[in-house]
Design a protein around this ligand. Structure first.
Ligand code: XMP
Ligand code: MG
Length: 185
């Protein structure tokens, strides 16, 4: 595994957490598993914008079963941790009634966003709803009412990550690795 942060990002990224090769290997495994689980079911992969778009793009190219893609948007507001609020956009045209849906998330932290999204999606009456997240944070802030996560790329420590879709103020999403953001700049 290559742990060196490329020179141009060294000021902002303190450490490589998952490098390109490690990520692509894991996505290959996930793609294989999902293809086997959803053979002949033409699942709808529903990406949560913005963070999941890189993961989703790689994941579908690792899948061999017939599938469809949709996107929605979730914006979390965390004024205080216990009374967080989530705004969800793009549900109107999802058309997922009676479909096998795989929700594709970038990261589950407290699980607040995931809980809100799943509650809304259940109202649209999918045939099934499974959750696939690229990262799952090991945190003691995980809420007890978070839906079960069915497919996880990697577990990570409770640190702020950037790259591979993850941003800091909308930047750094294009990195082909996941790194830890340097908060001491
Ligand atoms: P909750 O707490 O609702 O948070 O599970 C999930 C959402 O918070 C964002 N998030 C991050 N974004 N680096 C990021 O770029 C991080 O380390 C991180 N942790 C949480 C993300 O939008 C996710 O959907
Ligand atoms: Mg997000």
């Amino acid at each position: 595994m290559s742990n060196r942060v490329p020179k141009e990002w060294q000021e902002e990224v303190s450490q490589v957490l998952f490098d390109k090769v490690t990520i692509q290997k894991r996505i290959g495994e996930l793609g294989k598993q999902l293809s086997a689980d959803y053979q002949s079911r033409k699942p709808v992969l529903l990406g949560v914008l913005t963070g999941s778009f890189v993961f989703l793009a790689d994941l579908i190219r690792a899948m061999t079963c017939d599938l469809e893609i949709r996107f929605m948007r979730a914006i979390s507001y965390k004024g205080t941790e216990s009374t967080g609020n989530v705004t969800i956009e793009g549900l109107e045209f999802l058309n997922i009634e009676s479909r096998d849906v795989i929700l594709v998330e970038d990261i589950v932290d407290t699980g607040l966003t995931l809980k809100w999204i799943c509650d809304k999606l259940e109202e649209l009456k999918p045939k099934s709803l499974k959750i696939c997240t690229f990262l799952s944070k090991k945190t003691n802030k995980r809420r007890p009412d978070v839906p079960q996560i069915d497919y996880v790329g990697f577990e990570c420590e409770d640190q702020f990550v950037v790259g591979y879709g993850f941003d800091c103020d909308q930047r750094l999403r294009q990195l082909d690795f996941v790194g830890i953001y340097n908060t001491n700049r």
